[in-house]
Design a protein around this ligand. Structure first.
Ligand SMILES: Nc1ncnc2c1ncn2[C@@H]1O[C@H](COP(=O)(O)OP(=O)(O)OP(=O)(O)O)[C@@H](O)[C@H]1O
Ligand SMILES: [Mg+2]
Length: 193
């Protein structure tokens, strides 16, 4: 959490390998993420990381199904298998009737669910979500958060989420507060501490 401009997105980009630090190191487990080559980085990200952007970032001329199958193309998964896996994830997220619709034909909540499906298709261990409900109404936000929580708790993933919502933060194991580009405070949930 932190005010606008405090560095939340920057921290998410650094820890997920979308950007490289100008100083210091980024480690995920024993891996020095900030030191590996671009090509390895792409492989690492595809294998272990899912990223959900605040602004959806869907490809506008592709259908929901095609958007979700996209990450698998780079892994060389055959078309039939790609579609089978993408359909299952989209179905699980309640988008079975919207497989062939393009982003402009979907509501904000539906677009965000396509993004979640795209982030989950590789079965990532770490899910990064940058204000995933920033553009959604209260009810849709609650639905999206529930989906993210299920994807995390039930499937034993790590979720790193940027939020302005105290109720969302209250469900986290750790809350990192940022201000002026620095981490000000890390609060660990009582039972973990
Ligand atoms: N690529 C960049 N190069 C240089 N400075 C940047 C870059 N991206 C962001 N900044 C600056 O870094 C600071 C932190 O930006 P960041 O986007 O991480 O904030 P944020 O906490 O995510 O804000 P918001 O809540 O508005 O999304 C800001 O002052 C911003 O202008
Ligand atoms: Mg941001």
């Amino acid at each position: 959490m932190g005010t606008s401009g405090s560095g939340k997105t920057t921290l998410l980009h650094l820890t997920s390998g979308l950007e490289r630090p100008t100083e210091g190191e980024v480690y995920i487990g024993n891996l020095a993420l900030s030191r590996i080559k671009e090509k390895q980085m792409a492989v690492f990200r595809r294998k272990y990381i899912g990223f959900i952007f605040q602004s959806f970032n869907l490809t506008t001329n592709l259908t929901a199904l095609e958007n979700v199958t996209m990450p698998l193309v780079f892994d060389g998964v055959p078309l039939k298998e790609r579609e089978k896996r993408a359909k299952k994830v989209l179905l699980d997220l309640g988008l079975g009737a919207r497989l062939n619709n393009k982003p402009t034909e979907l509501s904000g909540g539906q677009q965000q669910r396509v993004c979640i499906a795209r982030a989950l298709i590789n079965n990532p261990q770490i899910l990064f979500a940058d204000e995933p409900t920033g553009n959604l109404d209260t009810r849709t936000s609650a639905e999206i958060l529930k989906l993210l929580m299920t994807a995390t708790r039930e499937q034993q993933r790590t979720l790193i989420i940027v939020t302005h919502d105290r109720d969302v933060a209250a469900q986290a194991d750790r809350v990192v507060e940022m201000s002026d580009g620095r981490i000000e405070k890390i609060t660990v949930r009582e039972e973990l501490a």
